[in-house]
Write a protein that binds this ligand. Structure first.
Ligand SMILES: Cc1ncc(C[n+]2csc(CCOP(=O)(O)OP(=O)(O)O)c2C)c(N)n1
Ligand SMILES: [Mg+2]
Length: 372
């Protein structure tokens, strides 16, 4: 029997309209989130973070904070240089969602795999691909992660077990299922982490993959990063049953809702999913609720939501929350924070310098690694 712990109500009856759906959930679907209670929730979250922090090694906490700050500063710099034409093409930023990649990936081992969508810069860096290689890839330079020919959406490194960077919504869910099949077949004990947005859940490949993963007992952790919007359509307008974690029940797998603004909550729930994958060879579906502060991509004018809504979510900012908790737990002081910010800042500067100085790909590379 599948166990589900969902944060919202799943209706057993089909809904005929978006307004019905709204009643069943909260703002833009379920689970409900009342922005007016943001401060209250923030305090509650801090209390549970404090508990989790006490049982975690200081070096691990330090690495987690560094990676979150680096991710944020790196992407703020991306937005800046994109606006002056240094980066071309698509560019989807992760600002606001950092607690997810960091909470998940800082506890993975060398035998584990990661795969995701086009919103991939931070996930690639936490996986060990250098900030220099990611920035040079965004610049389309030869020193980039894939030689400057993939751009923002196609980071990839077999060495670091990072299997993309995928532009087709939901496409990576099928590939992840195959990766987890290989891990089981070869008895590596590894797990595959698969990230995708909530809009990808409406694709057929989600259903087919989760069905097979449960049927064959694959060690795959399906992580839906629910940031409430596809390109410009809110979840409530596109999904009939909006509690994504409850969908796990339909496949006979474990499903859970996670607060994606709380890095320690992500770490804890994913820790259990990793154990389930390694020890029971069983998959997990997690719905991690987050919020993206920027547009869908750098070319999104963002007319479908208000600045008030963005501000309300920023009140629960994952980096601010984590820093406050670390300070209150007396594990870090202002000097520690300054050091971490300085390190991240220096790294972003080095990434920009590397990208600026890296040459463009040679003409002879025009047709290498290109498949059609
Ligand atoms: C199969 C397919 N259909 C449509 C698109 C165009 N498209 C790109 S991103 C996107 C929205 C995806 O939203 P979500 O899955 O929630 O991820 P998020 O961007 O919010 O991280 C769409 C429709 C695509 N890339 N692939
Ligand atoms: Mg989304």
């Amino acid at each position: 029997m599948a166990k589900t712990s969902t944060g919202g109500k799943a209706s057993s009856r089909p809904k005929s309209s978006a307004s019905n759906n709204k009643k069943a959930g909260g703002e833009n679907g379920s689970p409900s989130f009342d922005p007016a209670k943001a401060q209250e929730e923030y305090k509650k979250r801090k209390q549970s973070q404090l508990e989790a922090i006490k049982g975690t090694d200081k070096d691990v906490l330090s690495e987690m904070l560094y990676e979150m700050v680096l991710g944020r500063e790196f992407e703020q710099k991306c937005a800046e240089v994109y606006r002056i034409g240094k980066i071309g093409g698509f560019c989807h930023l992760y600002i606001g969602q950092e607690a997810i990649a960091i909470g998940v990936q800082t506890q993975l081992e060398d035998r584990d795999f990661v795969i995701g969508s086009y919103r991939d810069h931070v996930q690639a860096m936490v996986q060990g691909i250098s900030a220099e290689a990611v920035m040079a890839e965004l610049y389309g330079k030869a020193g980039g992660n894939v030689g400057g020919k993939g751009g923002s959406m196609h980071m990839f490194s077999e060495e670091h077990n990072f299997f993309g960077g995928h532009g087709i919504v939901g496409g990576q869910i099928g590939v992840a299922t195959g990766l987890a099949f290989a891990q089981k077949y070869k008895e590596t004990g590894g797990v595959t982490v698969c990230y995708f947005g909530e809009a990808a859940v409406n694709q057929g490949i989600f259903h087919e993959s989760l069905n097979m993963a449960a049927l064959w007992g694959l060690p795959c952790i399906y992580i839906c990063e629910n940031n409430k919007y596809g390109m410009g359509t809110s979840q409530e307008r596109a999904m009939s049953i909006s509690s994504i974690s409850s969908k796990a029940e339909g496949y006979g797998m474990h499903g859970e809702f996670v607060d994606g603004m709380d890095v320690m909550n992500v770490r804890e729930v994913v820790g259990r999913a990793i154990k389930r994958g390694r020890e029971e060879s069983a998959p997990t579906l997690l719905e991690v609720r987050a919020y993206r502060y920027m547009g869908h991509s750098m070319s999104d004018p963002g007319k479908y939501r208000s600045t008030e809504e963005i501000k309300k979510y920023q009140e629960r900012d994952p980096i601010r929350l984590f820093k406050d908790s670390l300070k209150e737990a007396k594990i870090f002081d202002d000097k520690d924070f300054e050091d971490i910010e300085k390190r991240a800042n220096t790294k972003v500067g080095e990434a920009i310098e590397f990208a600026e100085n890296s040459p463009l790909p040679d003409e002879s590379e025009l047709l290498t690694d290109v498949y059609a």
